[in-house]
Design a protein. Structure first.
Length: 359
């Protein structure tokens, strides 16, 4: 049955990232309405509710899931809670938009997929970079074969100083699952695999480092580490990933490193051309450079994108998947793929060898 009214949303988690989802929802008043917000810190939830005009406030998400006034939930709790909250939400008959990473362990994905299939509800991972204008442009060019056969990709998101010291759970591996690899690397790996057509990764060689966090250095500007807080995740990671279609991917990510500035990028090499998509994260300024030849002479093209609306586009797409009962762009199966690769990178670093991924 198609929805004929705005989708009533409940937010589970009132932390920093919830604000981005709230702002996106407020720009889609004909499609969604913010009905409720929930957090174990009820005061934080109440403050956001008052600021943004959200009607209902809950401390227990199970109570919110029992409400018939909620059609769908957006999950923005710490990583270790994603899987259980997603399964509970689906079993309660709610559609789910879940922040990345979908799960901390790949085996958790099976429960989400099963709950989704049994409930008949939609489940989507919040991977907003697929919805950037540059990503959509690149996807169209790749589909039409503009770069020929792509055989190599390089991608990364590296920060000079950006350890999220405002929330200690970020660098507690038991609660976060990892550092920048699971926080930033998940975005770049996802958008790269999606642009390549989502081939299965088959082998990984990876290495992680913790050079700044254990010394309580490299915190996000304006923040500081709390005294005596243990840092148990990496602050830099790199990986060489082999895909089933004979394409290789080089991935790097950091929260802290001695580089010029924070940047995120994707590069592809193809038989008929190459392309580099890069953006200055602070200014959200994106540039795409297309390297190609015409009649044996370089004929490069540079494009600029001023992209501020990818989260609005993501939420609009999620709403459409509900109203039209269509498969969302970012599926649980793709979230499982990412989880398997991240696990393999960590395992490779710990074991000092290549790790094969089974399908």
């Amino acid at each position: 049955m198609k929805h004929t009214r705005p989708i009533r949303l409940g937010l589970i988690g009132a932390g920093g990232i919830s604000k981005e989802h709230i702002k996106a929802a407020l720009k889609l008043p004909e499609r969604v309405v913010l009905q409720a917000i929930c957090d174990v810190n009820e005061q934080a939830a109440a403050e956001k509710a008052q600021t943004y005009g959200i009607r209902d406030v809950y401390r227990d998400y199970q109570e919110m899931l029992a409400s018939p006034d909620i059609d769908a939930v957006i999950i923005t709790v710490p990583n270790f809670l994603h899987a259980q909250v997603a399964v509970d939400s689906l079993r309660a008959g709610k559609h789910v938009l879940c922040e990345k990473p979908m799960v901390m362990k790949s085996e958790e994905a099976d429960a989400i997929i099963r709950a989704r299939d049994e409930s008949g509800k939609q489940f989507m991972v919040s991977l907003n970079n697929r919805f950037r204008q540059a990503a959509q442009w690149l996807h169209e060019r790749i589909v039409e074969g503009a770069f020929g056969g792509i055989y190599y990709a390089k991608t990364g998101w590296v920060r000079r100083r950006g350890i999220p010291a405002w929330g200690a759970w970020f660098f507690d591996r038991e609660r976060s699952g990892g550092g920048p690899l699971i926080d930033l690397g998940v975005h770049m790996l996802d958008v790269t695999l999606w642009l390549l057509g989502n081939p299965n990764p088959i082998a990984v060689t990876g290495k992680t480092y913790a050079k700044f966090g254990p010394r309580h250095q490299g915190a996000w500007p304006g923040t500081a580490f709390a005294p005596n807080v243990a840092y148990t995740v990496e602050d830099f990671a790199s990986a060489f990933i082999q895909l089933e279609n004979d394409v290789t991917v080089l991935l790097e990510t950091s929260w802290a490193s001695h580089i010029e500035e924070e940047r995120a990028y994707v590069e592809f090499l193809g038989t008929e051309g190459g392309v580099r998509w890069e953006w200055n994260v602070a200014g959200n300024r994106q540039e795409v450079k297309w390297f190609r030849n015409e009649h044996g002479v370089p004929a490069d093209v540079t494009l600029h994108f001023d992209d501020q609306g990818e989260r609005v586009a993501l939420l609009d797409h999620f709403a459409t998947s509900i109203t039209e009962n269509t498969t969302p762009l970012c599926t649980a199966e793709q979230g499982l793929t990412i989880a398997k690769v991240l696990e393999a990178i960590y395992a490779s670093s710990e074991q000092g060898r290549q790790v094969r991924i089974e399908w």
